[in-house]
Design a protein around this ligand. Sequence first.
Ligand code: ARG
Length: 268
Amino acid sequence: MKKWGILTVCLVLAGSLLAGCGEKNKDQASVSDNGKAEGKTIVLGTSADFPPYEFHKMINGKDQIVGFDIEIAKQIAADMGANLEVKDMDFKALLAELSSGRVDFVISGMTPDENRKKEVDFSNNYYKAQQAVVVREADKAKYTTMKSLEGVSFGIQTGSIQEDIAKTIPGAKITGLGKINDIIMQLSSSRVDASIMEKPVAEAFIKNVKGLAIANAVPDYQEDGYAIGVKKGNKELVDQINKTLDRLNQEKKIDQFVSEASDLAASK
Ligand code: ARG
């Protein structure tokens, strides 16, 4: 299993004159009164294990972080006239990185639940997805209801809302892991028997990994959708982000990014 650790990928946006990669870690975006951060670098925190939202892909022989959250991040940076730097880390590290200012914003298929809202601020919601239970194909018939999952061993991403969902299943034995790729490995090798993740992510993995399937059991969870996190109190940046989201919604760009990212995730 590849451990990516913190991989920093520099995406130089069209229209920004400075070479983003040479600039990284220096000028973090300081958003001025007009909400612009011209010539600056804005740092995105994400956990790039979540196709089609954010994932690693070899493109032209180079490992890149792609996905529809990343496309949204590029649009936000472009609207601010800033370069975008992407920092990949474990999902559970994201909020602390945001609060400490090591990243400027977080887009990571993140559900703005009440606990997180105490720690950071969120944009408007930009997408909604349902939950799914992933199991080995051979076991699919066993897990038709949530009741049938009682006492089962789960591989779950640490710090995710799926951890909360799994904890509500009586007798569930939970193994917390940093990256979803590791969960998929553990599931394939029978070290855990089930996982819970958003349905589009489950679909992307089962397309690429043989022997896994989505069970008929469906977690009862009211999903609010995903939102973009910023440091508590950074109203200027939230307003700027919401403006970009409004524009993307108006231009029907979000749906386009979703379908493009899904194709990319499915392609070899
Ligand atoms: N929506 C879930 C949550 O907010 C899972 C997000 C996981 N994201 C990721 N990039 N691995 O907890």
